[in-house]
Design a protein around this ligand. Structure first.
Ligand code: GLN
Length: 448
């Protein structure tokens, strides 16, 4: 704990941590040490973990990096928090993120951007930029983050660390700030595939507090690592390699990975995924719709910030929300409200639901014939701070390779794949079969 808190203090300019719980973590470390000494310690004993600031930890502040939750303290802990604590993890602090997890660069945070440790002029990625940089810069051992359309995988790729989004419903969402409830999943960001497997094993599983959480059995994911060495059938989506805006070095990097896999005896074949041009639009219609409904609860009455200029109920709502939410969150509430409005519901929302089904069916059918789908995690390496934030469409297109697995609810991981010539980390995404995280992790370990 002292090691990490000293590093956090020396790296405050990265802006990864919003708060640390040093005294509490040190006290807990004593308790865990005792358990280690008497042989009763849990699976995560001594793991120093940071929490994305949208995961509740009872008695601690939580703001989703928004002004509107100023002063709010969690009144209960998320199930994922209870589960890691039950296995003797030590929580060291809260990590910066995009406001309400809406963004791909951590620049929409009320608390400012997180800097990439590989090059401080570059973004960390988002929305879980703090969670990725904290692991990249060795400010904590591992972190928990959430992924709605790439928020674990994309910053992991930009920072050269491992980020795993589990199958939708594999991990309880109880106590996690809702952005788009039919997409949101919690997962680990770690330095290695093994660590991701161990953390997933602890946080996964049915939870009576989240009716959407699956009751499919949770295998010991960590036991898969190093066991399965059979040759796999892997698909790569042809369209990804021809998509506009794909950085040439990333294209080359993924081609090299494919050649390496073939040389190791795996079968790697191109498949066509004709919906690639539609995934970003489908994702943003559905997630903004869900967000506009989920964020209705921040009304200046129930939680956090209330405008001091409020005079009556309506002005409390209007002023608190106008002053409390940032521009990107407002944009999404407006978009979501629009696509759900009576006159446009069929044209946008229900059409996007149909598109989601087609995308899911297509990905499922590819995964009937193949064990995995491989893609670059992102079309570009980390971009300059300030460069894309001015154009939301450009920012949304950064999600082109990650949102497919989110629309389909499939598990997907980003693992480091070397650096580009400028020294920026690159990531490879592997998408697995539903609930087959064990196989996904075992395979990832082989190419890590
Ligand atoms: N960049 C995507 C978005 O802004 C993904 C965010 C996320 O996964 N939370 O919605």
């Amino acid at each position: 704990v002292s090691y990490y808190t000293a590093r956090i203090v020396n790296h405050t300019h990265l802006n990864a941590f919003l708060e640390t719980f040093e005294a509490e973590a040190l006290a807990r470390a004593e308790e865990v040490q005792e358990k280690i000494n008497n042989g009763t310690a849990g699976k995560l004993a001594g793991m120093i973990i940071g929490l994305k600031d949208n995961i509740s930890f009872k008695g601690h502040k939580m703001s989703a990096s928004s002004k509107i939750l100023e002063g709010y303290e969690a009144v209960y802990s998320a199930t994922v928090v209870n589960r890691i604590l039950a296995e003797d993890a030590i929580i060291i602090g809260r990590l910066n993120c995009d406001e309400f997890a809406m963004g791909a660069s951590n620049e929409t945070s009320y608390f400012g951007p997180v800097k990439n440790f590989a090059d401080e002029t570059k973004v960390s990625g988002g929305s879980s930029g703090g969670s990725a940089v904290a692991v990249q810069a060795d400010l904590c051992f591992a972190s928990l983050a959430s992924d709605t359309g790439g928020s674990i995988r994309q910053p992991a790729a930009f920072c050269g660390v491992v980020g795993l989004k589990p199958t939708y419903s594999r991990v309880s969402r109880y106590g996690v700030v809702a952005y788009a409830s039919s997409f949101d999943q919690v997962g680990p960001i770690t330095k290695s595939v093994e660590d991701a497997a161990l953390i997933l094993e602890v946080i996964a599983g049915n939870d009576c507090h989240d009716a959407t959480s699956s009751n499919v059995d949770v295998p010991a994911y960590s036991q898969f690592i190093g066991k399965d060495v059979s040759k796999k059938k892997i698909a790569f989506i042809e369209e990804t390699l021809h998509s506009d805006g794909l950085d040439p070095e990333i294209k080359q990097n993924v081609m090299q990975q494919i050649e390496k896999l073939k040389a190791e005896g795996h079968t790697v074949e191109p498949v066509s995924f004709e919906f690639l041009d539609y995934v970003v639009a489908t994702y943003y219609i559905l997630t903004t719709a869900e967000a506009s409904s989920n964020l209705a609860r921040y009304d200046g009455v129930h939680y956090g910030y209330r405008s001091p200029a409020s005079t009556d109920l309506m002005s409390t709502y209007k002023k608190s929300r106008s002053e409390g939410f940032g521009d990107e969150v407002k944009r999404r509430i407006m978009l979501g409200t629009f696509v759900l409005s009576a006159g446009y519901y069929d044209a946008y929302y229900s059409k996007a639901q149909k598109a989601r089904r087609l995308i899911k069916d297509k990905m499922d059918s590819i995964l009937e014939d193949y064990d995995f789908i491989i893609t670059p995690t992102t079309p570009t390496p980390a971009f300059n701070i300030g460069e894309e934030i001015t154009d939301p469409i450009v920012m949304y297109l950064a999600d082109i390779f990650t949102v497919g697995a989110s629309l389909a609810g499939l598990p997907a991981i980003s693992i480091p794949s070397g650096n580009n010539k400028a020294g920026l980390p690159l990531g490879i995404q592997i998408i697995g079969q539903r609930f087959k995280e064990g196989n996904l992790l075992a395979f990832s370990k082989c190419i890590e």
